[in-house]
Design a binder for this molecule. Structure first.
Ligand SMILES: NCc1[nH]cc(CCC(=O)O)c1CC(=O)O
Length: 313
């Protein structure tokens, strides 16, 4: 199986070293990519656990602007050659490019939707129920669906958040369905939100493989697990974020998918208090993914997206 690649410089030798955070979600998604790569190329892949400053100090994560601290630590290991590549949740990657680092592949996307983790469905939560989420995107869309709910800002990994529901501190929390599957906690889900109810974060449910941009051999090897349709969809979604100059904590939801050779993109920008939302859709040829995203972002801006995002409560 590896015959086509094994003769190239750099493609031979020991196992590929995949740098990963040590959390259950990170190691699960890294191992899945490792197995897929081995299946497609015959190359062995070894996971190299990396402890980042963000894993050591929670305060530091907040101070350094969220998940960026994890991404940067893995990128440093790639640039120094300690590992060959890394697997990230695409939605945690900033939209700006990093010198020397290339996005080598986006494997086929998992479920992009958000899930209500609760013993009951959203409609069955009592009036004024306490729902935990720290994401302005989720807060704004939740408030639009159920203005009576009390939204409680929470932090921590998925298990910590789920424990708040089982302990009775909260009636529900909202988390990405893909992440819950990766940590084996789908049983906690009361309802998976349709994308009509809650638009996911740009890139949610998708993974991103990164390596050094000067390693042509690796780019080819890692490219074997790329899924072209996923790449086009997340390109459209992330272009919205880039044009709006927003990050993963902005009240911006998007979802793109191909239906019958047309790429459909929907995006929402919401006020932090959920009082107003702009929601627009566009479609076009899948090869024009970036242009479709750009045009839709321009339309959102023309309708006041900038102002909306600037309003905090
Ligand atoms: N920001 C944290 C994060 N990054 C990726 C996922 C879940 C998996 C994914 O969306 O690919 C999560 C947890 C969550 O939002 O519930």
């Amino acid at each position: 199986m590896s015959q086509g690649l094994s003769g190239r410089p750099g493609a031979t030798g020991g196992p590929l070293r995949l740098g990963t955070r040590k959390s259950l979600m990170a190691t699960t998604q890294s191992q899945r990519v490792a197995d897929l790569l081995t299946e497609r190329t015959g190359r062995a892949v070894e996971l190299v656990g990396v402890t980042t400053q963000g894993d050591v100090s929670k305060a530091l994560v907040a101070q350094m602007g969220g998940t960026g601290v994890f991404v940067n630590a893995l990128r440093d290991k790639i640039l120094s050659g300690e590992v060959d590549f890394a697997v990230h949740s695409l939605k945690d990657l900033p939209t700006s490019e990093t010198p020397g680092i290339a996005l080598a592949a986006t494997p086929a996307r998992d479920d992009p939707r958000d899930a209500l983790c609760s013993p009951v469905k959203l409609a069955d939560l009592p009036h004024g129920a306490r729902v935990g989420t720290g994401s302005p995107r989720r807060i704004a869309q939740l408030r639009a669906l159920r203005p009576d709910l009390e939204v409680i800002p929470i932090r921590g990994n998925a298990d910590t958040r789920l424990a708040k529901v089982t302990d009775g501190d909260l009636d529900a929390v909202v988390l990405a369905h893909a992440g819950l599957r990766r940590i084996g906690r789908v049983e906690a889900v009361g309802e998976v939100f349709d994308t009509d109810q809650m638009l996911p974060a740009p890139g949610q449910g998708a993974l991103a493989l990164e390596c050094r941009s000067d390693r042509a051999d690796l780019l080819e090897l890692l490219g074997t697990v790329n899924d072209a349709a996923t790449r086009r969809a997340v390109t459209a979604e992330r272009t919205i974020l880039a044009v709006l100059e927003a990050g993963c904590s902005a009240p911006v939801g998007t979802y793109a998918a191909e239906v019958e050779e047309e790429l459909h993109l929907t995006a929402t920008v919401a006020a932090y208090d959920g009082s107003r939302q702009i929601r627009l859709s566009a479609s076009g040829h899948p090869d024009a993914a970036e242009q479709i995203g750009r045009d839709l972002a321009d339309r959102l801006l023309a309708q006041g997206a900038d102002q909306l995002m600037g309003e905090r409560d």
